[in-house]
Design a protein around this ligand. Structure first.
Ligand code: GLN
Length: 203
């Protein structure tokens, strides 16, 4: 199994490391590769879009000619996982908590709506124990300037919720082999979410 990690900015090597550990735990022969150029998209079984800054990641992916072919591949069934900024890149509809609607290059392949910076700034970063459908026990969610998933339409489905200031918002969603999380599983030692997604890739 060959999994690419979009490698322009953000938690790239954290995902590579999590993937290697997950391959071991699942007993699959896997390879994690960093994707920067269109050629790097060849022969992938799945792709991860890391956290970081979604505008930066999207602009670079577009400028380097990766965004369009990647969108094509995902629309043709390539499994993808996006964490935090990566979830924003996957989302079909994006707005910012402060500045509202603003155009930015996205893949836009999931039928979810996200609100960027929903939980505030860097200093409002927090952790929360999350109930996630498909996981045996709670998962520690690390939220750093994270988006909230405020709506999902079939075939997308929210699989984890968080109560925040009296509002219940989505923090993880799936759509077939696509998985988006508001938080950063790559910043914990816990590989269960990567394993869950890799099982979708294997299918
Ligand atoms: N706030 C960032 C964005 O909008 C995401 C933050 C993150 O990935 N940790 O892209």
């Amino acid at each position: 199994m060959r999994i690419g990690v979009l490698g322009y900015q953000g938690g790239v090597y954290e995902h590579v490391y999590m993937l290697r550990r997950s391959f071991d735990r699942l007993g699959v022969h896997g390879e994690a590769v960093v994707v920067k150029k269109p050629e790097d998209l060849k022969g992938l079984d799945g792709v991860i879009i890391p956290g970081g800054e979604s505008t930066t990641i999207g602009i670079l992916a577009k400028r380097l000619g990766v965004l369009e072919p990647l969108r094509e591949q995902v629309l043709n069934g390539l499994p993808a996982m996006g964490t935090c900024a990566g979830a924003i890149i996957l989302a079909g509809k994006v707005r910012d908590k402060v500045v509202g609607e603003k155009s930015q290059p996205l893949l836009g392949v999931m039928r979810v709506e996200v609100v960027r910076n929903f939980f505030g700034r860097q200093r409002e970063s927090f952790e929360a124990d999350l109930e996630i459908e498909g996981l045996d026990r709670r998962f520690r969610g690390v939220f750093i300037r994270s988006p909230a998933i405020t709506a999902a339409e079939s075939p997308a489905r929210i699989i984890s919720w968080l109560d925040y200031n009296g509002q219940r918002v989505g923090v993880a969603a799936v759509q077939g082999p696509l998985l988006a999380t508001s938080f950063h599983p790559e910043l914990t030692g816990d590989t269960r979410l990567h394993e869950l997604w890799l099982r979708l890739v294997k299918r």
